[in-house]
Design a protein around this ligand. Structure first.
Ligand SMILES: NC(=O)c1ccc[n+]([C@@H]2O[C@H](COP(=O)([O-])OP(=O)(O)OC[C@H]3O[C@@H](n4cnc5c(N)ncnc54)[C@H](OP(=O)(O)O)[C@@H]3O)[C@@H](O)[C@H]2O)c1
Length: 339
């Protein structure tokens, strides 16, 4: 458990990556009480430094005794690193908030979106998991609707930006776009197909049931975060040539009737949500506009006229912020409040 302090020694593991960079920026922007910040990455980053609150902080590599004296560690260095190093950190008395998929479905590890289930933080044993980016923005919106009208089933299709894959994928989209516009041959290293000017219905590995791992993360993580196994979820996840911001088309079937106006009211009153829905003025959430924003934006709110109790929504959030770094920092803030 985190001990109450005026300021904490905080570590970011994977600090040089797309999410890690955003974690450092988010800690500064939200004025998290940091006594000292330690940054970690692979040996490739030795000698690098990142700026935090006006100082240059050197990037270090991980060692067995690294976590002694560190209060909170935000991990975003991939599942393999989290598997090895999160328990090492927890044993040193450090509380880990892990962004990878490694611990999310472990029954002994809470999976937390503060707007939805911050009370699950009470039972952590040193590791807390940050959910998948596409799941986070969906459950922020599902929770108030579930509380008001009980959700039976969700059908979601995602339009996920390349920053969800990390820095190399952002470079690949830029390189392919430049190459195509200059009539040069396109090379594919990160994705199996060209991502520039294309959509790939394939995120993470394919499983035996024909779904991808990303799709099943949305199914399983939603039930765990919402604490309700009865919610049926089916997902199709698509990678699109957008740098930052995930968009989702969501169809929801509820037990109780909820009109589009009721949904607008419930969502407007819920934490972390901005209703952005004036279709006659072309107002609806766009990935390029929510980039850098903290809230989850909802628009195109309308009733599904093909079923009795159905809603259609369009949900957009910045995957690097609410989908990763911000959610992790909000967890750290809650832990500090609860200490
Ligand atoms: N991108 C998203 O929207 C998103 C959302 C939710 C969760 N996540 C998860 O967050 C994690 C990081 O994603 P990302 O998009 O930031 O990836 P990324 O841009 O590829 O960054 C990976 C980071 O991990 C570091 N790293 C690699 N091997 C390491 C090692 N042996 N020891 C220490 N650090 C090591 C890298 O350091 P070097 O620079 O030295 O290689 C880099 O800082 C992944 O688990 C991902 O699934 C990402």
């Amino acid at each position: 458990m985190l001990k109450k302090k005026k300021a904490y020694v905080v570590a970011v593991v994977g600090a040089t990556g797309a999410v890690g960079n955003e974690m450092v920026a988010t800690l500064e922007q939200r004025e998290f009480p940091v006594e000292r910040l330690r940054l970690f990455a692979s040996e490739r980053s030795e000698g690098k430094a990142l700026e935090f609150e006006g100082s240059e902080i050197p990037v270090e590599t991980l060692k067995e005794d690294t976590f002694k004296g560190i209060d909170i560690a935000l991990f975003s260095a991939g599942a393999e690193r989290s598997k090895i190093w999160a328990p090492v950190a927890a044993q040193s008395g450090c509380v880990v908030v892990d962004n990878s998929s490694q611990w999310r479905m472990d029954p002994g590890v809470p999976l937390v979106v503060p707007e939805v289930n911050s009370r699950d933080l009470k039972w952590h044993k040193g590791i807390i998991a940050n959910p998948n980016c596409s799941t986070i923005q969906m459950v922020v919106v599902l929770k108030p609707i579930h509380d008001a009208a009980r959700i039976r089933r969700v059908v979601v299709t995602t339009f996920q930006s390349v920053s969800g894959t990390g820095k190399k994928a952002m470079d690949e989209l830029l390189q392919q776009t430049t190459d195509l516009l200059n009539f040069r041959e396109v090379k594919c290293n990160v994705y199996p197909h060209q991502i520039a000017f294309n959509c790939l219905p394939h995120i993470d590995k394919f499983l035996e049931n024909g779904y991808t791992k990303e799709e099943m993360k949305m199914v399983d993580e939603t039930k765990k975060i919402m604490g309700d196994n009865s919610i049926r979820v089916t997902a199709t996840t698509v990678r699109v040539p957008v740098f930052r911001g995930h968009s989702e088309s969501i169809n929801i079937e509820t037990e109780k009737k909820m009109s589009a106006d009721d949904a607008r009211g419930v969502l407007s009153a819920a934490p972390g949500i901005v209703v952005f829905d004036v279709p006659e003025k072309n107002v609806y959430p766009l990935a390029i506009e929510v980039s850098g924003k903290d809230e989850t934006y909802v628009g195109r709110i309308r009733e599904d006229e093909s079923i009795e109790n159905g809603l259609n929504l369009w949900i957009v959030a910045d995957n690097l912020r609410k989908g990763a770094a911000l959610n992790a920092v909000q967890i750290a803030e809650k832990l500090s409040e609860m200490a």
